[in-house]
Design a protein around this ligand. Sequence first.
Ligand code: SF4
Length: 457
Amino acid sequence: MQNPATSTRVYLASLGCARNQIDSEWMLGRLQRSGAVLVDEPGQADAIVVNTCSFIEAAADESIDTILQLARYKQTGACRRLIVTGCLPERYRQEIVGAIPEVDLFLGTGAFDRIAEAVAGTLCASRCILPDPDTLPVAGADEPRQRALSSMAYLKIAEGCSRRCTYCIIPKLRGRQKSRDAEDIVAEARQLLHSGVKELVLVSQDTTAYGHDGSGAVDLARLLDSLARLTADSRGECAPDEPADFWIRFLYGHPESIDDAVIQIVAKHANLCEYFDVPIQHAADRVLRKMGRRYSRSDLHRLIDRIREQIPEAAIRTTVIVGFPGETEKDFETLLRFIEEIRFDHLGCFTYSDAADLASHRLGGHVAEAVAAERMDAVMYCQAGISAGNNRRYLGRSLPVLVENCVERGLYACRTAFQAPEVDGTTLVRAGSLKPGCFQQVRITEAETYDLMGVPE
Ligand code: SF4
C-alpha cells in the first residue's frame, strides 16, 4: 500500500535544546522512511513542522514567533499543512489550539511517533493530540534518524525527569525518567561512529541519574565504560597523549548523582572528555531548598574537590539562575563568592522565568526583573574575568582539537575536549587546509575571554 506521505515535501524547524534536536532528527528519519522529501527552504514545502520549546517564557515566545512566521507560507508558498510538535502544545494544551488557528495539528511530546500520519493528514479529526508522554518509549537504535551534524552527534540516553525542581516544567512535559537499554545505546553509538561521527555527546534531562529509574538499565559509569571501549576494541588501548579516534562527553549532570564511579571512569579512559557539566543553579542553601535541589553549598564544594582531586585538569561547566523568588542580596553575594572560589571553566547564567504553572510561582519574595538582570550582568562580568584567566593557562600548550568547519579562508572553527558544542567557546585555528571531522594537534597561540586561537603542530 502506498503511504500517503509519499513525495510530500517537508520542512522542519527545530527549536530548543539538544534533546529537542534529537527528537527532530527522529521525526525527520520517520518522515523520510515514509517517503516524504525533506527540503531546506520553507517556501518549497507542502508541509511545515515546528518542533517547539517552552522551557521558559522566552523560549515559548520564540516558538510562537517562529510558528507565525512560517504560517505565512500557507499564503505565499506551497504549504498546505502546518504542524506544531513538542513542548509548546504539551504545556499550553487547548489554550494554544484556540490562540493559533493557522496551525492544522498539534502533537505533544508523547506523539512524536505519529509525525508521518500527521503530515499525511491521516490522523483523526482532533487538532491536538496529547497522549501521556510516559506511554511513548524512548526511540531506540533501530529508529531512523536524519542527523543535521556530521562530526558530532547527540545521543539521548533517557527521556523525562523524576525530580521536582520547583522552577522546572520538564517533568510535566516529558514525564518521569525512562532510561534506554544500555545495549541499545551502544548499538546506536556504533552506527553513529560507523557513519563518521567523532564526538558523541550523551544527553538526557538528568544524565547522571541514568539507570536510576528501576528500568533495569546499568548506571552511567558502566554505560560510559562500554562506550569508551568501542575504540579500544577496534584499535587497541589508546595512548594517553594521542588524539583519540573519537570523544565522548555527557551534558546535564546533577550534583546529587555524580558519583565517584563516574569520575573514576572518566579518569580511566582517554577518549572520555575530562569535562563535567554540573548545573548547580545556586549556591545559597536557602535558595537551593526553595528550588527543590537537595544539596548544600558544602556538598557542592565536596563534589568539585572530588572531581579535581581525581582529575586535576577537569573542565567544569555550570549554569545558575539569579532572581529566584526569595533570593536576597545576601544569597546573591553567596552565589557570586562561590563562583569566584570555584572558578568554573564555563558558566551560563539565566534570570528566573516565572509562570503560573510552576511550583516556584507560589513562593513569596519575587525579585524585580531589573534586579535579576543586574545580578545576571554581575555574574557574567565575574565569569568573563575567570574564563579569560582560565584560558590563559593554555597558552603555548599543544592540544588535540576536533575540526568543525572552515569559517573563512585559512581559518577553522575547532573544539578542544574542554569545549562542548554550542554552549562553550571554540578554538580558531589558522591553517592552509584542515579537514572538518578530523582531529588535529594544535599549539595555542592566543587566549581570548571565551575562545582560543591556535596553529597546527
Ligand atoms: S533535574 Fe533538571 S529537568 Fe529535572 S526537574 Fe530539575 S531542572 Fe528540571
